[in-house]
Design a protein around this ligand. Structure first.
Ligand code: UDP
Length: 254
């Protein structure tokens, strides 16, 4: 592992140089952070689950023609991806009021929104990822108007797909965050979905009980995070009912 060149280390993932030019390896760590990294912990097994859940979602998005950076999963914690230039925006799609939207507009958590809402935050940890308008994005050159259009139509397709996927297994997709990148191929540049989609970046509520099956369990000190992520993986059919998700590497048996 040490022989590979580390390109970037974020809060929950590491990017390594890939086996071929134009590829990278995305490694999922067990680190959990919230509130702009003021709250931190290591939750054993989280990275393995997010790798599998994100693989499942990105594979299906590729299959329905949503362009993504995902190529294939390599092992328990890693996936092979295409190298892209990340657009410095967090794109948040909301179906139900929760989190910062509830606070900002005084909406009770759980209120169905009149329609899906897309928000943009400028990706900048020092500033705490502030909410920005399209005006800021184009004025400061973070993305061109055509790129914003592409991002919005892809975000809506991802939302429609994920809403149905989760509804089919008894989960309400409250909101989620996605990121996009510019993929340079020959003389062309196009916007593709990047990063990850996992219970770290979505709010997922059980339809019957409203039980939270996402990172809010960590943010709100509720415990049971790995159990909740495992439940999401089971419902998506990624792991079978009794299959334990191995969280460590192989154990040497003498
Ligand atoms: N989110 C994320 N990373 C961030 C901020 C938000 O993945 O840095 C996700 C979060 O998990 C939720 C959605 O984006 O599914 C909306 O988050 P919100 O703006 O309500 O912020 P929060 O309440 O998490 O601070």
């Amino acid at each position: 592992m040490n022989r590979r060149r580390r390109i970037y280390e974020g809060k929950a993932k590491i990017l390594y140089e890939g086996p071929e030019p134009g590829t990278l390896i995305q490694h999922f760590k067990d680190d959990a952070t919230a509130f702009n990294a003021q709250k931190k912990d290591v939750i054993e097994g989280k990275g393995v689950l997010n790798n599998r859940i994100s693989e499942h979602i990105f594979t299906n998005l590729n299959a329905i023609g949503v362009p993504t950076h995902f190529i294939r999963r390599l092992n328990m914690r890693e996936q092979l991806i295409r190298e892209v230039e990340i657009v410095p925006l967090e794109v948040i799609v909301r179906n139900v009021a929760a989190g910062s939207l509830s606070k900002r507009l005084g909406l009770e958590e759980g209120t169905q929104l009149p329609r899906s809402i897309i928000e943009f935050c400028y990706k900048n940890d020092e500033l705490g990822d502030p909410l920005v308008a399209e005006e800021h994005i184009t004025a400061f050159g973070w993305a061109a108007p055509q790129e914003i259009d592409d991002i919005m139509s892809l975000a809506i397709r991802v939302n429609d797909f994920l809403t149905g996927l989760f509804l089919g297994c008894g989960i309400r997709l409250v909101d989620f965050k996605i990121e996009f990148g510019r993929l340079y191929e020959n003389d062309m540049v196009r916007i593709v979905l990047a990063d990850e989609i996992s219970p770290d970046s979505c709010r997922l509520w059980d339809i019957g009980s409203d039980e939270k099956l996402d990172k809010d369990r960590f943010r709100r000190d509720m415990g049971g995070l790995v159990e909740a992520y495992t439940e999401v993986a089971r419902r998506l059919g990624i792991v079978s009912e009794n299959e334990p998700i191995a969280t460590r590497g192989p154990v040497l048996v003498k």
